[in-house]
Design a binder for this molecule. Structure first.
Ligand SMILES: *Cc1c(COP(=O)(O)O)cnc(C)c1O
Length: 390
């Protein structure tokens, strides 16, 4: 591993990074802005890629990022992939939940309050999403509602750790054990979140992550799957590489979901600067937390979890009030985002059987406020004033 030591950028840990700036002057301030690492740091990794000409197929930077992420997150059996959407699809395949049951399509109980990919990946793999409703205060799947949706065709539960809030993982594990179901957490929002002294990402048979540019930790595009069992990890390693298991052996139907070396170089550079990024976000998050009026509803976060300061969602009294705030912000060139909206059970192509009231209600009134490293205090003050109705 000498080669890797040489391209490692630890020696650059003191170099200056992204100065605070007033972003996009004259244009619209985004809800999320990708963090970019120091150029010298990134270049040091890229120089190594140029020397080796090993660009993809489990290269040395992908191997190094795998090791560093496992140590950083406190998890085992982590597999890097090309994005968070394929991470979900590979997890379903590796855990074999896509196979039909008695000639009927397999079902997975999931949440309508998520990004489209949580449901689209199920449908793409021939699995029928069956929606359970969320808890109206935590915005994560309510375990009691999950149990009600289980049928003889159910193979899995696919919950989401919404905005880095952690689901009721013990209760979900008990339901899964009772009904012999797999649990795949969409952990795209929960990078780095701890629970009761361990990683929140170790729960379930698998947890998936997204390293898309707008996420707190990113590889431009990228993702990962954290498996409970090593056999599932080994199966997934082949699935992401066309099902190839040896020089002349194709053992199963696979796909291409490999991470490349340039993406890993970005990830390694960002990991070196992770605390700078998070401390910048924390300051903004804490100001919203302290200074926003009690009139706006916040997410009720699970006890014993840590915060990654990824998002700041607020829920207003009604849709009209939310739209009014969004309009006022846009008037001074600040964007906000209706996220998650629409509630996925309202989309006809997902064939929901009945409306999920709590999910539709939160989705109709929610707005995510800008949180990113480099967002100025001045802008944050303006956002707070508008949300508070000043
Ligand atoms: C971002 C995101 C995804 C998709 O990840 P990509 O890397 O963009 O494919 C899936 N689920 C949730 C909850 C997300 O936020």
């Amino acid at each position: 591993m000498k080669l890797i030591d040489k391209v490692g950028a630890d020696d650059l840990s003191q170099s200056p990074v992204n100065p605070v700036f007033e972003p996009f002057q004259g244009t619209v301030i985004p809800v999320a802005q990708p963090y970019l690492p120091d150029r010298k740091r990134l270049d040091a990794y890229i120089d190594g890629i140029y020397q080796r000409r090993w660009l993809t197929n489990n290269g040395p930077l992908v191997q190094l990022l795998t090791e560093r992420l496992q140590a950083f997150l406190g998890v085992r059996n982590l597999l890097l992939v090309s994005n968070g959407t394929l991470a979900l699809q590979i997890a379903y395949r590796a855990l074999n939940i896509h196979q039909s049951v008695d000639g009927q399509p397999a079902e997975a109980v999931t949440t309508p309050f998520s990004f489209a990919a949580t449901s689209s990946t199920l449908v793409w793999e021939g699995i029928k999403p069956v929606y359970a409703d969320i808890d109206p205060s935590s915005w994560c799947l309510k375990p009691e509602h999950i149990a009600q949706q289980i049928t003889p065709q159910t193979r899995a539960i696919v919950p989401v750790h919404v905005f880095g809030n952690i689901c009721e993982v013990e209760k979900i594990a008990a339901i899964a054990a009772e009904h012999h179901l797999k649990v795949i957490y969409d952990g795209a929002h929960a990078f780095g979140v701890g629970y009761k002294g361990g990683s929140a990402l170790s729960w379930g048979d698998a947890t998936t992550l997204s390293f898309h540019a707008t996420k707190i930790f990113h590889c431009i595009e990228g993702g990962a799957i954290i498996f409970k069992n090593q056999e599932d990890l080994e199966r997934a390693k082949h699935l992401i590489n066309f099902g190839i298991t040896g020089p002349d052996v194709v053992e199963a139907v696979g796909i291409n979901a490999k991470m490349n070396e340039f993406s890993a170089a970005m990830g390694l550079s960002l990991l070196d600067e992770y605390m700078i990024n998070i401390e910048g976000r924390e300051k903004i998050w804490q100001r919203y937390y302290r200074e926003l009026s009690d009139q706006v509803i916040r997410q009720k976060r699970m006890a014993d979890i840590s915060n990654n300061y990824a998002y700041y969602p607020v829920v207003f009294k009604n849709t009209a009030e939310m739209l009014e705030v969004q309009k006022k912000l846009l008037k001074i060139n600040i964007s906000s985002r209706r996220y998650f909206y629409p509630s996925l059970d309202t989309l006809e192509f997902y064939n929901a059987s009945e409306p999920k009231i709590a999910s539709q209600d939160v989705a109709s009134r929610i707005l995510c406020l800008p949180v990113f490293y480099g967002l100025s205090d001045n802008i944050v003050s303006k956002i707070i004033d508008i949300v508070n109705g000043k």
